[in-house]
Design a protein around this ligand. Structure first.
Ligand code: ZN
Length: 176
């Protein structure tokens, strides 16, 4: 079965940047924990999704995805300074801290604290991988048809859960 829209794809991968640092990996061999996604629903970065189109289980390949085709270029306008008292819910605020915030469109966004200066906190709403080329070494483990519920929700329900529950869809606005 080949990879096309509305099929559930299981892959293992190692992701490196142009400095050859490993950013993410499922591992490989028997200890690997394959990553599952629903193809054609923007569950993964566009450049990787395009490269996977038409592949089948057992295929392995390498693909270099430009920043524009991954998490986008860095946007300096997304770096802002806010008063420390905006973080009243946090125990402490320090450089390198990351947290999720909701955008005006209701989407979750990762924010990184880049500087704490007295009563001012500089935050960066760029995706942590924005501006980076992403180099994937990918192996396709399995391809199957998605079920009705997965297609409705636009994402995979893992085999360990029946249907959609909090554990499966905590990140999902459609299912939450
Ligand atoms: Zn769901």
């Amino acid at each position: 079965m080949n990879i096309t829209k509305d099929r559930v794809v299981s892959i293992t991968y190692t992701l490196t940047n142009d400095q050859n640092q490993v950013l993410d990996s499922t591992g490989d061999g028997p200890a690997a924990e394959p990553f599952l996604y629903l193809h054609g629903h923007q569950n993964i970065v566009p450049g990787l999704e395009r490269a996977l189109e038409g592949k089948t289980a057992g295929d392995s390949f390498k693909i270099s995805v430009s920043a524009a085709d991954a998490y986008g270029e860095r946007n300096e306008k997304l770096i802002t300074t806010v008063p420390l008292d905006r973080f009243s819910g946090a125990d402490k605020v320090e450089e390198g801290m990351q947290f999720h915030a909701e955008t005006a469109e209701g989407e979750l966004q990762m924010i990184t604290v880049t500087k704490v200066d007295g009563k001012n906190v500089t935050i960066d709403a760029n995706h942590p991988m924005a501006g980076q080329n992403l180099n994937f070494a990918v192996s396709v483990v399995d391809v199957r048809e998605a079920n009705e519920e997965e297609l409705q929700h636009g994402h995979v329900h893992s085999h360990s859960h029946e249907g959609c529950d909090e554990g499966d869809c905590a990140d999902c606005h459609d299912c939450g």
